[in-house]
Design a protein around this ligand. Sequence first.
Ligand code: HEM
Length: 649
Amino acid sequence: MIKSAKWPIALVLLLTGSAIGLYLGMVVGGAANPSGLIDVGPWLRWGTPATRIVFEIAQALTIGGLVFMAFALSAKSHAFSRAVGFVAFSAAVWALAGTGYLFLTYLNITGGLFSLDNLFFDQFWIFLTSIELGQLLSLNVLAAYLLALVVLLIRNLTSLIFAAALSLASLIPLAFSGHSAGSASHALAVNALGLHLLGICIWVGGLAALIISYRRDPRAELVARYSSLALFSIGLVAVSGISSAQIRIGTLENWFTTGYGQVTLMKTAMLILLAGFGFLYRTRFIAKLSEANSGFWKLITVEFLIFGVSMGLGTALARTPNPVSDYPVGDLTPAEILTGSKLPAEPGAWSWITVWEIDLLWSIICLALAGFYLVGVLRLVRRGDNWPIARTISWLAGCGLLFYVTSGYFNVYEQYLFSAHMLSHMLLTMGVPVLLVPGAPVTLIARAAIKRSDDSRGLREWVLWAVNTRYAQVIAHPLVAAFLFASSLVVFYFTPLFGWATREHIGHQWMIVHFVITGYLFVQALIGVDPGPYRLGYPQRLILLIGTLAFHAFFGLAIMNGQTLLLPEWFGAMGRTWGPTPLEDQQIGGAIAWGIGEIPTAILTLYVAISWSKSDQRDAKRLDRASDRSGNQDLAEYNEWLERINKGK
Ligand code: HEM
């Protein structure tokens, strides 16, 4: 049915499904009933989520379309230019529906009172520019307008990747809005909703772009490429959806007895259905695609309908009061006011291994880094190629340490203890990179990932493109990497960056990424197996290492002997009832920066010294072999020279 008219029918099915899902979700969840506070009337009560659905579908088609094009299509194919047109159209719909949703959201907040006088529009402007929800939604809609323009200018994969990056970034403000804006479990709620929207966009938009790209049946490898994206997305949507639901539903009983719980159960059923379709694709349809009645299009038809229903249910859920309040209730302690969570108990001897607060985003990143690496190694081993086991162990240990720092003891205590913050910092910028770099991930990807032959870019092509960009060459230069590594510490702790990264969730995420990357670039410049833009000689590497870390030590000493509390409005106002005073704790942090920083230094120095002696040995062997091949010609010439000196000639 969908084969001939393709995307218009896909769109109709998505919208029909979402209308059904929205209606069901609003009625079952209770969002269809006038709310106790301000009743804005049925038009706004239904019109606002209905506009949100159009906005979310257009957003998914744009973002998923761009990701699918970047991962599956060649810029020289007709499919690419067709997809560009479709994505530009959906970005325009996203921008317009987003503007409408912004306006309706404002009317909801102001009780639905619309007027044409200046005051109304002045206040609406204040909502857009000074109220968090208005600011967040405006950022997303502005990105949509920009994309609607930029996408039309895309002519190659490089410009496409920047448009795709902008579209993905536009999900961040959305992740901070809605129920996630509450302070209870804020970090987890924001990460879960962000990952949820990301998975939905790639899944739904990728399928739409697949059918748009081809007038007749798509090539099997295109469907296979989409299927890999879909597999990744279904995992993301399921894990993030359940984590997000658990924060808001609380008890098992609430899943069955509350409107919010029941709508989430309906969504879970939809996801299981969609997973079944995915299984059918991978096990049956991809192989039979070239056959006339492969049933592929019938499946796609139903899938778009189910996607629509799930998105409708999701949008209704976002408007449904959830059993667990988004904000801590009762008399709040200073810690709850600052962090949104209660002060944890005083850490004991075993807290290092017994206290955990899983960070969904970084757990998924660590799992993906370890998982993809093992798939690559297995592929080489199956091909009979050799890959040193030490590299695999080092890489997996690096992923494990990153998981521990972002989900273990430090994720619980670093908001309350400067010393814990500093130690996690040292492990992120030194410990993790010293383990990851010897894993040689770029070399593994270059050898294990299948090389594309149709001018499209897969993981292998994008990684090799990224490490060879001018920008990468500059920041990976040993001197630049050393400067970034050393200066980041001082710039971070002695500027408002420290406050931003401590108070704001997005600041904290930036801090983790920044310090792992600057540490990685520095360690890569010293001991990296992967190719780099410029290799220093071993003596220069040792000098660079000792110089950089002397700088670290001075920084540690400065903090250790400092008498002024950094971030007094945070660490000084936490109301901590146990442990050292905030200043003593800060000085312990300084000692950690000075002391702990030395351990990875020693490892690096040892590593550089050993590699140096090994390369000398290799050189000696090579020279010996060359001398043997030339019948020790060089030795004879050297002895002749010595003789000449002896004779004073
Ligand atoms: C295991 C299955 C799933 C669970 C447990 C789940 C759970 C959730 C939760 C808890 C939310 C946040 C609602 C809020 O703000 O309170 C949400 C939002 C949403 N979900 Fe799901 N979901 C699942 C599957 C899906 C699927 C398969 C889709 C569509 C393909 C989907 C589409 C959406 C959408 C569009 C939103 C609304 C985002 C917003 O408007 O803020 N979900 N989901």
